[in-house]
Design a protein around this ligand. Structure first.
Ligand code: HEC
Length: 125
Protein backbone atom coordinates (compact mmCIF):
# COMPACT_ATOMS: atom_id res chain seq x y z
CA UNK A 1 0.00 0.00 0.00
CA UNK A 2 2.86 2.33 0.83
CA UNK A 3 4.36 1.81 -2.62
CA UNK A 4 1.05 2.53 -4.29
CA UNK A 5 0.74 5.84 -2.45
CA UNK A 6 4.25 6.88 -3.45
CA UNK A 7 3.62 6.13 -7.10
CA UNK A 8 0.40 8.09 -6.79
CA UNK A 9 2.16 11.17 -5.48
CA UNK A 10 4.69 10.93 -8.28
CA UNK A 11 1.93 10.81 -10.89
CA UNK A 12 0.08 13.69 -9.22
CA UNK A 13 3.21 15.82 -9.43
CA UNK A 14 3.61 15.01 -13.10
CA UNK A 15 -0.02 15.80 -13.84
CA UNK A 16 -0.01 19.06 -11.91
CA UNK A 17 2.74 20.39 -14.16
CA UNK A 18 0.45 19.72 -17.11
CA UNK A 19 -2.78 21.41 -18.16
CA UNK A 20 -5.26 19.42 -16.03
CA UNK A 21 -7.71 21.65 -14.18
CA UNK A 22 -8.12 19.44 -11.12
CA UNK A 23 -5.02 17.26 -10.89
CA UNK A 24 -5.61 15.78 -7.43
CA UNK A 25 -9.18 14.64 -7.88
CA UNK A 26 -8.88 11.55 -10.09
CA UNK A 27 -5.84 10.50 -8.15
CA UNK A 28 -7.62 10.73 -4.79
CA UNK A 29 -10.69 8.91 -6.09
CA UNK A 30 -8.48 6.13 -7.46
CA UNK A 31 -6.85 5.71 -4.04
CA UNK A 32 -10.27 5.89 -2.39
CA UNK A 33 -11.40 3.02 -4.57
CA UNK A 34 -8.69 0.81 -3.10
CA UNK A 35 -9.81 1.78 0.43
CA UNK A 36 -13.38 0.91 -0.56
CA UNK A 37 -12.37 -2.76 -0.82
CA UNK A 38 -12.88 -2.85 2.95
CA UNK A 39 -16.47 -1.70 2.44
CA UNK A 40 -17.32 -3.81 -0.61
CA UNK A 41 -17.87 -6.91 1.52
CA UNK A 42 -21.09 -5.28 2.70
CA UNK A 43 -21.81 -2.42 0.29
CA UNK A 44 -22.56 -2.71 -3.42
CA UNK A 45 -22.12 0.15 -5.86
CA UNK A 46 -24.71 -1.04 -8.40
CA UNK A 47 -27.87 0.01 -6.56
CA UNK A 48 -28.21 -3.32 -4.77
CA UNK A 49 -28.67 -3.72 -1.04
CA UNK A 50 -26.44 -6.31 0.59
CA UNK A 51 -25.47 -6.49 4.26
CA UNK A 52 -25.38 -2.71 3.97
CA UNK A 53 -27.36 -0.36 1.72
CA UNK A 54 -26.16 0.62 -1.76
CA UNK A 55 -23.93 3.68 -1.58
CA UNK A 56 -24.44 5.28 -4.96
CA UNK A 57 -25.79 8.82 -4.73
CA UNK A 58 -24.75 8.97 -1.08
CA UNK A 59 -23.78 12.66 -1.19
CA UNK A 60 -26.72 14.86 -0.12
CA UNK A 61 -28.78 11.79 0.76
CA UNK A 62 -30.60 11.63 4.06
CA UNK A 63 -29.28 8.80 6.25
CA UNK A 64 -31.36 5.66 6.40
CA UNK A 65 -33.48 6.24 3.30
CA UNK A 66 -32.57 3.60 0.67
CA UNK A 67 -35.85 1.86 -0.22
CA UNK A 68 -36.01 -1.79 0.77
CA UNK A 69 -33.07 -1.71 3.17
CA UNK A 70 -33.79 -2.54 6.81
CA UNK A 71 -31.93 0.14 8.71
CA UNK A 72 -31.55 0.32 12.47
CA UNK A 73 -33.77 2.86 14.21
CA UNK A 74 -30.56 4.62 15.23
CA UNK A 75 -29.66 5.25 11.59
CA UNK A 76 -33.18 6.18 10.52
CA UNK A 77 -33.51 8.66 13.37
CA UNK A 78 -30.00 10.10 13.14
CA UNK A 79 -31.17 13.15 11.17
CA UNK A 80 -27.88 13.12 9.24
CA UNK A 81 -27.57 14.28 5.66
CA UNK A 82 -24.48 12.71 4.13
CA UNK A 83 -21.86 15.11 2.83
CA UNK A 84 -18.07 15.22 2.93
CA UNK A 85 -18.10 16.33 6.55
CA UNK A 86 -20.69 13.94 7.99
CA UNK A 87 -19.26 11.00 6.03
CA UNK A 88 -15.77 11.78 7.30
CA UNK A 89 -16.97 11.80 10.90
CA UNK A 90 -19.09 8.65 10.51
CA UNK A 91 -16.34 6.72 8.74
CA UNK A 92 -13.83 7.65 11.42
CA UNK A 93 -16.03 6.33 14.19
CA UNK A 94 -19.41 4.88 13.14
CA UNK A 95 -20.59 4.05 16.66
CA UNK A 96 -19.64 7.44 18.04
CA UNK A 97 -21.50 9.39 15.37
CA UNK A 98 -24.58 7.12 15.20
CA UNK A 99 -24.66 5.21 18.51
CA UNK A 100 -26.42 1.88 18.15
CA UNK A 101 -26.27 1.74 14.35
CA UNK A 102 -25.73 -1.77 13.02
CA UNK A 103 -22.73 -1.23 10.76
CA UNK A 104 -20.14 -3.52 12.33
CA UNK A 105 -17.09 -1.68 11.13
CA UNK A 106 -14.54 -0.06 13.44
CA UNK A 107 -13.74 2.90 11.19
CA UNK A 108 -10.98 4.23 8.95
CA UNK A 109 -8.25 5.81 11.08
CA UNK A 110 -6.09 7.51 8.48
CA UNK A 111 -7.53 10.97 7.58
CA UNK A 112 -6.10 10.88 4.04
CA UNK A 113 -7.58 7.43 3.45
CA UNK A 114 -10.93 8.74 4.70
CA UNK A 115 -10.92 11.84 2.57
CA UNK A 116 -9.90 9.85 -0.54
CA UNK A 117 -12.61 7.33 0.25
CA UNK A 118 -15.24 10.08 0.43
CA UNK A 119 -13.92 11.49 -2.88
CA UNK A 120 -14.46 8.04 -4.38
CA UNK A 121 -17.94 7.71 -2.85
CA UNK A 122 -18.88 11.02 -4.45
CA UNK A 123 -18.19 9.49 -7.88
CA UNK A 124 -20.83 6.77 -7.37
CA UNK A 125 -24.00 7.66 -9.18
C1 HEC B 1 -19.71 -5.60 8.00
C2 HEC B 1 -20.51 -4.91 7.00
C3 HEC B 1 -20.16 -3.46 6.68
C4 HEC B 1 -18.94 -2.93 6.34
C5 HEC B 1 -17.59 -3.64 6.23
C6 HEC B 1 -19.18 -1.53 6.07
N1 HEC B 1 -20.50 -1.23 6.24
FE1 HEC B 1 -21.40 0.60 5.96
N2 HEC B 1 -23.15 -0.14 6.64
C7 HEC B 1 -23.39 -1.46 6.99
C8 HEC B 1 -24.73 -1.59 7.50
C9 HEC B 1 -25.40 -2.87 8.02
C10 HEC B 1 -25.30 -0.29 7.45
C11 HEC B 1 -26.69 0.13 7.95
C12 HEC B 1 -26.52 0.63 9.38
C13 HEC B 1 -27.81 0.81 10.15
O1 HEC B 1 -28.91 0.77 9.57
O2 HEC B 1 -27.72 1.01 11.36
C14 HEC B 1 -24.28 0.60 6.89
C15 HEC B 1 -24.47 1.95 6.64
C16 HEC B 1 -23.55 2.76 5.99
C17 HEC B 1 -23.80 4.13 5.60
C18 HEC B 1 -25.09 4.91 5.76
C19 HEC B 1 -25.92 4.64 4.50
C20 HEC B 1 -27.28 5.29 4.44
O3 HEC B 1 -28.00 4.97 3.49
O4 HEC B 1 -27.63 6.10 5.31
C21 HEC B 1 -22.67 4.56 4.97
C22 HEC B 1 -22.42 5.92 4.38
C23 HEC B 1 -21.72 3.47 5.01
N3 HEC B 1 -22.28 2.40 5.63
C24 HEC B 1 -20.45 3.53 4.46
C25 HEC B 1 -19.49 2.52 4.60
C26 HEC B 1 -18.13 2.62 4.10
C27 HEC B 1 -17.59 3.78 3.29
C28 HEC B 1 -17.49 1.48 4.49
C29 HEC B 1 -16.02 1.12 4.30
C30 HEC B 1 -15.07 1.96 5.01
C31 HEC B 1 -18.45 0.64 5.18
N4 HEC B 1 -19.65 1.31 5.22
C32 HEC B 1 -18.20 -0.64 5.67
C33 HEC B 1 -22.49 -2.51 6.89
C34 HEC B 1 -21.14 -2.38 6.62
Amino acid sequence: MKGVRKTGVFIAVLVSTGATANPGYAQDAEHGKTIFKACAACHATDHANRVGPGLEGIIDRKAGTVPGFRYSDAMKQSGIVWDAKTLDAYLESPQKVVPGNKMTYAGVNNPTDRSDLVTYLATLK
